[in-house]
Design a protein around this ligand. Structure first.
Ligand code: PEP
Ligand code: MG
Length: 552
């Protein structure tokens, strides 16, 4: 049994045969060039292939529902994107490249443009390169790459998984994902979390494990064992399944083994996702990502439209807490009517509350719309601003919210806000730690860059120590501290966070069961010991091991 390792992102164990997905198409160097009389035919061949790929993806989209359907439809649109077509035309007509090479070059060039744009557009590069592979496969008369129809339990290995690969997968047959690239917030991790299957990313030596090898993967430790003893592997997975069954049946509300209460909340983005979240044992919404509800609109929605949007969420949680985050436009969430174009470094640019300097009317209108939706109902409405980095911003935001009688808070995701936390607490009623961005900014590591997973790992002690300073300030001020980044969904880290003094954890609703079960098995003293480890152990892997030992 040989061991390999990667960054664990979704817990659980799986034992099955490996299937490598989406092998990259290697075209080699182009040696045969087109003559001018072949240009039209080559371009026509590209257009037909792109149309075929688009049609197939749209067909799969129509057969799926919800997020997978949206993802497939988006990939289908990319296949016939004029930006791609124009570039292919240029390579065929001006550089005499055959359709396959022109497609390859054009897609990489287009991908670079998307990557430079940053944020959501940058995330589309994996989709674009996947679509490119499909078009080339059609041009070469080969089956489209990706994941074939699965007939037996399988662990999918890939360089990185494109949304079009994972959308519509048979959840009965897919037992886990392991990728060479990817990070804690990459597409693969998000889908694995939704499917509730173990997932490991940034497994550098994965290519050494061939197709068809039996592997045991551990999404808690990041270990991948090849050819393990079948009885041992089956026993490990059976025991893990018992835990997962308990997570599915967990009813809430959350409390530790000694009765210490913990509030578990859901991250949502609109009324539909709030409705789904309300089916899980959550005690409310800890993060309404309001900007995601308005991503598709090209102009600013009216006050009434915004009010109705918040009403649709409040309706699903009539007597619960709902924390609305004001527009986090910019960077990875560009919004046509609120973001700036052409920023050199959008993650360090005009995003979140900073957009107020450019569009001063947006935030007051949004707060008024939230307040109007909250009027006359039992929902406990809290409002918080994203990307706050100065005390003055916190003071100003609070002054905007307080006249409506709602709780005013800020997200702590910028290191400067964490360092000024005592003064910030003097201005607001609560804070919520956005660990996705806090990690990105503390570690100076782009959260979307799949080469930086070790930096953006949730176990980086630098981030945990900073969280310790925030919770200490919260306790001193007697004000609540929540966590709403992906870190909160990791059962062991959830215990560490509680040990550090966090009051509430907000996460994708399907993950509350596994967090709730883990919390129920440990005492506050154990959580505090785990937190102590986070404040003293410098190495992320050693820290994870120690925390597991303390909490197991
Ligand atoms: C975060 O940064 O942790 C967070 C919750 O906000 P988002 O992921 O939407 O940036
Ligand atoms: Mg954030």
């Amino acid at each position: 049994m040989t061991a390999y390792t990667g960054t664990p992102v979704v817990s659980g164990k799986a034992y099955a045969k490996v299937l490598w997905a989406s092998p990259q198409i290697q075209l080699g160097t182009c040696t045969t060039f087109l003559t001018p009389n072949q240009h039209e035919t080559a371009f026509e061949a590209f257009r037909n292939a792109a149309q075929k790929v688009s049609d197939r993806l749209f067909e799969r989209s129509a057969e799926s529902v919800g997020t997978p359907s949206d993802i497939l439809a988006m990939a289908a649109t990319l296949a016939t994107d004029p930006g791609l077509e124009e570039r292919v035309k240029n390579y065929i007509f001006n550089e005499n490249l055959p359709a396959t090479y022109a497609t390859d070059k054009a897609a990489h060039e287009f991908a670079d443009t998307l990557r430079l744009a940053g944020g959501y557009l940058a995330e589309r590069t994996t989709d674009l390169l996947d679509v490119k592979n499909r078009i080339i496969a059609v041009l070469q008369n080969k089956p489209e790459p990706g994941i074939p129809q699965l007939n037996e339990p399988t662990i999918i290995f890939a360089e990185d998984l494109a949304p079009a690969d994972t959308a519509g997968l048979n959840p009965e047959m897919v037992k886990g994902f392991v990728t060479v690239l990817g990070g804690p917030t990459s597409h693969t991790s998000i889908i694995a979390r939704q499917m509730g299957i173990p997932c490991i990313v940034a497994a550098r030596d994965l290519q050494q494990i061939p197709q068809g090898t039996w592997v045991l993967i551990n999404g808690d430790s990041g270990d991948i064992y090849t050819d393990p003893n079948p009885e041992y592997a089956t026993a490990e997975v059976t025991q893990d399944n018992v835990l997962r069954e308990r997570a599915r049946n967990w009813q809430g509300p959350a409390q530790l083994a000694d009765g210490h209460k913990v509030q578990l909340l859901a991250n949502v983005q609109d009324g539909t996702s709030a409705e789904k979240a309300a089916r899980f044992p959550v005690e409310g919404v800890g993060l309404l990502r309001s900007e995601l509800g308005f991503l598709a609109t090209s102009t600013e929605p009216s006050f009434e439209t915004q009010r109705d949007f918040y009403t649709s969420v409040f309706n699903k949680f009539p007597n619960h807490k709902v924390v609305v985050r004001t527009l986090d436009a910019g960077s990875d969430k560009p919004i046509a009517w609120a973001s700036l174009d052409d920023e050199e470094n959008p993650a360090l640019g005009v995003r979140g509350i900073r957009a107020d300097g450019v569009h001063p009317h947006i935030l007051p209108t949004q707060v008024a719309a939230v307040a109007a939706a909250a009027t006359g109902r039992e929902t406990h409405t809290w409002i918080m601003a994203p990307m706050v980095s100065t005390v003055a911003e916190a003071r100003w935001f609070s002054s905007l919210v307080k006249p409506y009688g709602l709780k005013a808070g800020v997200m702590i995701e910028v290191p400067s806000a964490a360092l000024m936390i005592n003064e910030i607490f003097a201005e607001v009623d609560f804070v919520s730690i956005g660990t996705n961005d806090l990690t990105q900014y503390v570690m100076a590591a782009d959260r979307l860059n799949s080469h930086l997973a070790t930096y953006t790992s949730h176990w980086q002690p630098a981030v945990l120590r900073l969280i310790g300073q925030i919770t200490a300030a919260g306790q001193k001020a007697g004000k609540p501290v929540g966590v709403c980044g992906e870190m909160a969904a990791d059962p062991y880290l959830a215990c560490v966070l509680i040990g550090l003094g966090v009051d509430s954890l907000s996460m994708a609703a399907p993950t509350v069961g596994s967090v709730g079960v883990q919390l129920s098995e440990v005492t506050l003293e154990q959580c505090q010991l785990a937190a102590q480890a986070a404040l003293t152990i410098a190495d992320p892997d050693k820290l994870r091991e120690k925390v597991r030992e303390i909490l197991s």
